[in-house]
Design a protein around this ligand. Structure first.
Ligand code: SF4
Length: 224
């Protein structure tokens, strides 16, 4: 499919997603860029619901970047234990906080190239932070975005960075943040990985996955 056809397809898909998910937003509870950065690190191997439970007490104990950077060994580990991979995440949080102090005056930077230079921060996390803490447009390519952009036929690439650039070419910049939320919601609640709930979806006509399975659905029962 050429790029103009993909653009026109994306243009039809986005309003339908908005109708299905009018309240799509970042589900990680946070009050400032630092809290979002910490929550995003924790969310890598954990549901947003669990992260929010952990951060509701974590953010009361750790008020500043110094609180993380100068925490006693093992302290962060204890405070985030239920999120899984807690040793690794605690190390990442501590290293990240120390880098923020050393290189950015203790503030979370608002540029992609600065964020991805921090320990453990990739483009996906960086785009979540940029979009939700600073309003800087970016497309977050997580597992839902990868799966849905394939099912909908918006890209053939499987590399996350290539998918991000493919989508940036066909979706207007002012919609990048919204689309990232819409796709996460759609992937989480309707177009699930193992068994998409196509009966609840209004994208049938625009979905390659659904269309390619139509003959199977329409085929008459086998006569014995
Ligand atoms: S029709 Fe089914 S496979 Fe296609 S986007 Fe909707 S839920 Fe996903």
């Amino acid at each position: 499919m050429d790029i103009d056809k993909k653009k026109s397809k994306a243009k039809k898909i986005i309003p339908l997603l908005k109708k299905m998910h009018p309240h799509a937003r970042c589900e990680l509870v946070h009050g400032n860029p630092l809290e979002l950065l910490i929550a995003t690190i924790l969310s890598a191997q954990c549901t947003d619901v669990r992260v929010n439970k952990v951060t509701s007490s974590l953010f009361k104990k750790y008020r500043s970047v110094r609180d993380y950077a100068e925490s006693l060994p093992g302290k962060i580990e204890d405070d985030i234990r239920s999120t899984g991979f807690f040793r690794n995440n605690a190390r990442m949080i501590r290293n990240c906080a120390q880098e923020l102090i050393t290189r950015f005056g203790g503030k979370v930077p608002a540029r992609l190239e600065d964020l991805v230079a921090l320990p453990g921060i990739g483009r996906k996390t960086a785009n979540v932070i940029l979009g939700n803490a600073f309003g800087v447009p970016g497309i977050t390519v997580d597992t839902h975005m990868l799966r849905l952009s394939h099912r909908l036929g918006l890209t053939k690439n499987s590399n996350a960075v290539k998918v991000e650039f493919d989508l940036m070419k066909i979706i207007p910049e002012k919609q990048w943040i919204d689309v990232s939320h819409l796709i996460v919601f759609h992937g989480r609640y309707i177009c699930k990985a193992r068994k998409p709930l196509c009966e609840k979806c209004s994208l049938h006509k625009l979905c390659d996955y659904f269309q390619s399975n139509l003959p199977l659905k329409k085929s008459p029962p086998v006569k014995r």
